[in-house]
Design a protein around this ligand. Sequence first.
Ligand code: NAP
Length: 268
Amino acid sequence: MSFYGLLGAALGHSLSPAIHKYLFRHLELTASYSLFSVASEQLAAAMDGLKLLGAGGVNVTVPYKRQIIPLLDELDPAAARLGAVNTIAFYQGRTVGYNTDYTGFGIMLDQAQVGVRNKTAVVLGSGGAARMAAYWLSDHGCSDVKLVSRSQPEPATEFAVIDYAALSGLSPTDLLVNATPVGMYPDIGASPLIANQLAPFATVIDLIYNPQTTCLLKLAYDQGSQTVNGLSMLVAQAVAAQEIWQQRRIDYAIINEIIPCLLVQLNK
Ligand code: NAP
């Protein structure tokens, strides 16, 4: 039986096993998907162990999406440009790193019918997800993309970086993306912005999916913005990972079958 899993630090509430188990049933595969929580200093040993035991593939999450890169034999060029890996395939002992968050982000925007061509965008955060979102928006025709950071981001980025104070002077902007963890379970009362900082934005996208309606999305909805959460992105990046692992195309319509199952789990 093939085995797969998620490599990260604190994985207690992950929805990934439920998503991949659904996909295995759909693809008629006998396979398992487990959570592998490891400490930073054990990451290299964990990769050796997965190789030795014959893993089919693993996803990688916070905080190892960058740290994993030097441990891989090969890097897909798209993942190299983003500087972050969330999916690893094992090909006869060789490890190759990919980034399917990029695909997932695009599918989330497509499903929510958010157009980006000639739009302006502000992305909160400067970590892996913020940089991925900035690249996707710029690659797909956004005319201006800025990152918002509490300090000067490391490593440097090609996108303009502003601080939170600069948001108050911002002219009307089409899209806001929250790519910080602020507002994520269990700190569901927190928001990266207050109500009057949200005024410039027509559409507010929060990459967080637990809770489904973050404090930020509540504030944005109340002021009449279109709001989108990160649940379809989570499912879409998993479908894209399975496409790599199984080397076959999967109809992305399956996302809309999986989401209701996840909502049951999230609302428990
Ligand atoms: P990360 O690499 O740790 O980056 C998070 C960034 O957020 C940091 O670089 C930091 O930027 C900012 N930040 C952290 N704590 C903050 C705080 N207390 N206040 C304000 N800003 C803070 O994490 P990531 O991998 O980019 O993930 C970011 C978020 O996206 C997480 O919530 C994650 O769950 C979500 N995500 C969702 C999906 C999905 O499928 N839906 C996929 C990937 C990520 P500065 O230091 O520059 O301010």
